[in-house]
Design a protein around this ligand. Structure first.
Ligand code: SER
Length: 359
């Protein structure tokens, strides 16, 4: 439902997982852009700063079908950014819970989008955060030879999270293209599902909860706070990463892309692909007293080893003009390090380090 406020079109947007790190960053991005009325949904309230940028906040469980179907108060959303989920390490600690949140939660959102598309008389866009965890390479040598994987390659995930996300991509495609295909009904409008497969994300302001790419942001935040860090993967471990502002940009760029230009529903988006050692070396240039040791956690190492070294994002570049703003070096120098320095200089050890130890 596009609301017109003195000639300005305001798009109604729902963001699930709004209290998480991608959610917060997306709210800030959309607020700066202007023209959005944002409803945030999460299990817990977001920070006060994020809450103030939203028009409304709904608190509850994404797996609660009745609650999710009531979102919108009768007014359909134009776009739903569905970010809520349990990440790869969290998912291995509670696999059934992960399935419920990741799969049932997505099903509930797709049902909501179907209902809202029909009410609007045009497709509601569902922008879904998928992940490099949908990929699975069977050995380090396969990882090396696979190089930058394309969307249709190596789709044998080893985690509950990866399996959930891969299935939900199919579910989204089904809701957009074939839902109820034998019913031949003409009274329903199908949603427009689109997904980005994110690499590991690096934010200056938050730490992720329960991911396996977490060693990289944890290293950065530990170095900025002057504490030593024990990395849970080998120094030669390599997967793709992206700076958080680019992640929010990718979601918005995909949401705004002209449907006629999109040749697929699921896109890789890449940034840079350093090894853990290369991250440590770059950090020590900025924080010379930083100490990083390596104490491998076998299961988390196996997860990182199953993910590709990098992704081929040429389809996203071609179809919706994707290009990251930040490279590895410029992202650290221009975004991450100035912001983490300022943060810890101003507030001391504000981000708790307990998660770093919780292998
Ligand atoms: N950041 C995710 C995780 O570590 C992967 O996309 O689970």
């Amino acid at each position: 439902m596009r609301l017109r406020v003195v000639g300005i079109v305001v798009r109604r947007v729902l963001i699930t997982g709004v209290a998480g790190e991608v959610g917060s960053s997306l709210v800030e991005y959309l607020s700066r852009a202007g023209g959005y009325s944002i409803t945030g949904f999460d299990l817990r309230k977001p920070s006060k700063e994020i809450e103030e940028l939203c028009s409304s906040i709904a608190v509850g469980d994404i797996a609660d079908a009745t609650l999710v179907s009531s979102l919108g108060d009768g007014l359909p959303y134009d776009t739903i950014f569905h970010l809520a989920g349990i990440l790869s390490s969290g998912g291995e600690r509670a696999p059934l819970k992960a399935h419920e949140v990741n799969v049932s939660g997505t099903l509930n959102i797709l049902e909501l989008s179907r209902k809202h598309s029909t009410a609007l008389g045009r497709p509601v866009k569902v922008i879904f955060t998928s992940t490099i965890a949908v990929y699975g390479v069977s050995s380090i040598s396969q990882k090396r030879s696979a190089g930058r994987v394309r969307e249709a390659e190596c789709l044998t995930p080893i985690t509950m999270y990866g399996a959930n996300k891969l299935y939900c991509e199919s579910l989204g495609r089904y809701y957009s293209e074939n839902f109820g295909m034998l019913e031949q009904r003409n009274d329903g409008v199908r949603p427009d599902f689109r997904a980005v497969r994110f690499p590991g994300l690096l934010s200056a302001h938050t730490l992720p909860t329960g991911g396996t790419s977490d060693y990289a942001p944890e290293m950065v935040h530990a170095a900025a706070q002057g504490v030593s860090y024990s990395c849970f993967v080998r120094p030669d471990s390599r997967i793709p990463f992206m700076m958080m502002p680019d992640a929010a940009r990718a979601l918005v760029m995909l949401s705004e892309a002209d449907a006629t230009r999109l040749t697929q529903r699921v896109y890789n988006v890449g940034g840079f692909a350093p090894s853990a050692r290369e991250i440590g070396v770059l950090l020590s240039e900025f924080f010379p007293s930083t100490t990083i040791t390596y104490e491998v956690h076998p299961s988390r190492q196996a997860i990182v080893d199953s993910w590709p070294e990098d992704v081929d994002d040429s389809a996203a570049r071609r179809d919706f003009g994707w290009e990251p703003l930040y490279s590895f070096e410029s992202g650290f120098a221009d975004y991450l390090l100035p912001a983490v320095r300022a943060r810890y200089a101003a507030s001391g050890s504000e981000i708790s380090l307990y998660r770093m130890a919780a292998n």
